[in-house]
Design a protein around this ligand. Structure first.
Ligand SMILES: CC(C)(COP(=O)(O)OP(=O)(O)OC[C@H]1O[C@@H](n2cnc3c(N)ncnc32)[C@H](O)[C@@H]1OP(=O)(O)O)[C@@H](O)C(=O)NCCC(=O)NCCS
Length: 191
């Protein structure tokens, strides 16, 4: 490896160490807070309005932001949407995105934990699904999701698999106790 590559590699490691030692806090936010990040990461080349989803303003919709201080660095949204005819009562995960400079440091996993906690703590059905982009599928699988479809194309967005969150007994206990801890946390941390 030449000197420039060594320096670049060291720089990358230091950046990841910095991200991993900082505290990224996930909290619920209004959908408007997430639109610019969604637009930048998920809808590049499209008008900003393409990052506003049908259902963002619905009563049961929930929007999570991951913050490094005041800076929004990640986002995820839950809508109530049917999975199929047999499972009309379900949650759909949408708009999962982490800012480029903050990836691979666990921010995405932290957002998925907040999503799990919300679904498990809700009195509504626990069925959780998403259409996952092909490059993100490993990320979902490592966080307890399972592919349930063939590969299919979403126009302008590329190849996707449909995935469902596979809540095992252990996951369920862990998320439920974390949800209890979150719900008893100060309002600024949990909303
Ligand atoms: C998919 C996405 C949301 C994941 O966010 P992220 O913050 O990078 O996710 P994490 O850091 O939790 O996990 C990503 C990787 O980092 C690794 N990782 C997680 N925490 C880590 C840690 N503390 N130390 C070292 N590595 C870690 C994981 O093994 C994972 O590897 P993998 O992707 O090969 O499975 C992000 O890459 C993204 O926004 N991509 C572009 C938009 C997109 O595709 N969104 C999904 C639409 S369906």
């Amino acid at each position: 490896m030449n000197a420039a590559r060594v320096v670049a590699s060291l720089h990358n490691r230091m950046r990841l160490v910095t991200i991993r030692t900082m505290a990224v806090v996930v909290r619920q936010v209004p959908s408007e807070v997430l639109i610019d990040l969604r637009h930048r990461v998920l809808r590049g080349g499209f008008p900003r309005s393409a990052a506003i989803f049908d259902g963002d303003g619905e009563a049961h919709s929930v929007h999570f932001g991951a913050f490094d201080g005041d800076r929004l660095v990640g986002c995820a949204t839950l809508h109530r949407r049917p999975f199929d005819q047999q499972t009309p009562e379900a949650w759909q995960l949408r708009g999962m995105a982490v800012d480029d400079g903050y990836r691979s440091a666990g921010v995405g996993a932290q957002l998925l934990q907040a999503v799990d906690q919300h679904v498990l703590a809700s009195p509504l059905s626990k069925f959780l699904w998403c259409n996952g982009r092909l490059p993100a599928v490993k990320f979902y699988e490592r966080n307890g999701w399972r592919i349930v479809s063939e590969l299919f194309e979403i126009p302008a967005s590329g190849p996707h698999y449909r995935l469902v969150r596979d809540f095992s007994t252990i996951d369920r206990q862990r998320s439920a106790s974390a949800a209890r801890a979150t719900h008893s946390a100060p309002a600024s941390e949990s909303r």
